[in-house]
Design a protein around this ligand. Sequence first.
Ligand SMILES: *[C@@H]1O[C@H](CO)[C@@H](O)[C@H](O)[C@H]1NC(C)=O
Ligand SMILES: *[C@@H]1O[C@H](CO)[C@@H](O)[C@H](O)[C@H]1NC(C)=O
Ligand SMILES: *[C@@H]1O[C@H](CO)[C@@H](O)[C@H](O)[C@H]1NC(C)=O
Ligand SMILES: *[C@@H]1O[C@H](CO)[C@@H](O)[C@H](O)[C@H]1NC(C)=O
Length: 798
Amino acid sequence: MEAGEGKERVLKQRQVLLFFVLLGMAQAGSKPRHYSVAEEMESGSFVANLLKDLGLEVDQLAARGPQVVSKGKKMRLHLDRQTGDLLLNEKLDREELCGPIEPCVLPFQVLFENPLQFFQAELRIRDINDHSPVFLDKEIILKISESITPGTAFLIERAQDLDAGSNSLQSYTVSPNSHFHLKLQDSSDGVILPQLVLNKALDREEQPEIMLTLTALDGGTPPRSGTALVRIEVLDINDNAPEFAELLYEVQVPENSPIGSQVALVSARDLDIGAYGEITYVFSQASEDIRKTFQINAKSGELLLRQKLDFESIQNYTLNIQATDGGGLSGSCVVFVQVIDLNDNPPELTMSTLIKEIPENLQETIIAVFSVSDPDSGDNGRMVCSTQDDLPFFLKPSVENFYTLVTNRALDRETRAEYNITITVTDLGAPRLKTEHNITLMVSDVNDNAPAFTQTAYTLFVRENNSPALHIGSVSATDRDAGANAQVTYSLLPPQDPQLPLASLVSINADNGQLFALRALDYEALRVLEFGVGAVDRGSPALSSQALVRVLVLDANDNSPFVLYPLQNGSAPCTELVPRAAEPGYLVSKVVAVDGDSGQNAWLSYQLLKATEPGLFSVWAHNGEVRTARLLSERDAAKHRLLVLVKDNGEPPLSASVTLHVLLVDGFSQPYLPLPEAAADAAQADPLTVYLVIALASVSSLFLFSVLAFIAVRLCRRGKAASLGGCSVPKGHFPGHLVDVSGSGTLSQSYQYEVCLTEGSKSNEFKFLKPILPNLLPQSTGKEMEENATFRNSFGFN
Ligand SMILES: *[C@@H]1O[C@H](CO)[C@@H](O)[C@H](O)[C@H]1NC(C)=O
Ligand SMILES: *[C@@H]1O[C@H](CO)[C@@H](O)[C@H](O)[C@H]1NC(C)=O
Ligand SMILES: *[C@@H]1O[C@H](CO)[C@@H](O)[C@H](O)[C@H]1NC(C)=O
Ligand SMILES: *[C@@H]1O[C@H](CO)[C@@H](O)[C@H](O)[C@H]1NC(C)=O
């Protein structure tokens, strides 16, 4: 624009100049004179003195009215009419006046009057370096793709300098940098064109923007400069593939992690920008398993669980993940997912062999064989087996993970017939998981127990003269075994004495052990019957046991008293001699009687039933002694007959009577002393004598015994007589006038204490009786038997 204006102005000036030139030629026809002045001189600055040039004197000058004329209205110069100095009217700016035109010349005329005369003149305005080069844009933006090859040149907008000539723009420089250098090119019109030439390839990823300072220099002295900032924006190309931060991601995921939980976060980086830097994650070469199990977020690279992991089926996964950018470049990485085992499986027990029932009495027997397994790994799959401590079983490890359950001793069905065995398998994981397996083991019976009688000895009582087939009691045996092994059969054992007709006396019910007396028993013949009973079970082999049965025959009052003395068979009537001078209380005789019965039935009392002269003799109720009751007199008859009644205490009582002959004599004459019968038949009297000696001995010994017994009774009474073994007096009052002759005939009243003793303690009686048993033969006949029994019973003779 300015250039255009300049040209127009120049054109006008030329036209005006032409007019004056024609005019001047016509008037003077002289060559123009040249003057010069530097631009920007202050107003009033001296340019030249015209006097000399025009050949005029100073005094002429004023008279001629000189005048400076120039085209246009502006008068830039004026002439000092006194001195002839040409002075600047105003500051002149070359750039304003001439622009780029050089040299810049202002033509003017100096006009004189009187005579009219004008001179052509030119004022050349000299340039000074008053302008710096200027870039129109302070910032120049260049966009260069990183793919551009080195050597390529980029034209940059040039700078302007209003000054002309050497003061105008001469050169450019660029700030030091590694990528570009400056190349200056001269254009056809002489303008310098700056170019930036690429030294080496650009990398947006390394340096996306480069800032350079471009400096334009002019040729002034000193030179002036102007700068512009060159901003080079490096344009991206897809020259970078996505790159994963790690090539291998190793992650550990506990099995049973919830669906949707994050397994890993993979991340790839693409240095490019825009679409070239946008990454999409996908699985590559993934198996069906992997696609079912995992999913990947295409944008974020988050790897998620699609279904639960199960260590027991797959322990690890190898995933290939590919990252692709918008330009199709891709990178890949591997994610190794290791599944961590959790203790999520309880141990399993598999029974291979199981015995449900074993016979008792077997040593170490295998009951079960089983295996254990746990799909978990490590401690989660390590197992321990146990069973109850309090049972007689133990676990024995055999080959790997196989166990046997063994009895550790023989079992006893009678103690325990059924065992509930719990096998517990526990793994060592956290938390511990366990499995229980219950086994019921039955112990089957073996006939290892013999029947056992409830008592080792049974004592049964039966009253004599019983009715035949009387039930007298029972024995009972139990067998701890079961079934047939416990079924007991009873039998009588053969008696020790083969003579004893046991089978005809008692029988036993084989099934229930009831005992029966087959026929009437006689106490006097058989006081006690001892035999063995057997019990046998039905096991195989059968076991048996025995018990002793003692049947005590109880006495009934079936025997009358039997008078031993005086003899009753009347062949030789016994006569007692009594001196007439006998004092009252003189012992005349003694009635000796025995009773086959025992106990109360054998307690005898004596009583004078009938006498020739009542009141002369008395009979002692207890001992049968016949004594004189008063003094004898001459008037008393010589012969007396006494009838003495002997009565037992049975229910009803039985009695016997005996007749006693007494002869009163005056003084003892020698011939009467030995009894004629005794002397005549010593052999006959012998047993009687023995009886009497025995009776006397027994009386004295029993007296001593009775004293001891009396003391014992007193002690017992004091001790409340509580114990069975202790002594107790029979409840019924023992009649004072009776005498027990179950022992020996004539006994003192104190014998009651012995009776009491034998009654009170039956065991005493047993001990007492025992030695006689083999002699108790049923075939021994009545009286003999009685006597034997009586004496042996009383004195323990054998
Ligand atoms: C991966 O699992 C397989 C069996 O599925 C196994 O043989 C391999 O040792 C495992 N690799 C690692 C590193 O645990
Ligand atoms: C064993 O278990 C069974 C059934 O559970 C039960 O009836 C029986 O009484 C148990 N036996 C023992 C000895 O605990
Ligand atoms: C096994 O027996 C025990 C005790 O007798 C009982 O607590 C448990 O429940 C049983 N287990 C099974 C699986 O029957
Ligand atoms: C009388 O009995 C006794 C004893 O039994 C006997 O020893 C004696 O011979 C008998 N006398 C007569 C005459 O029968």
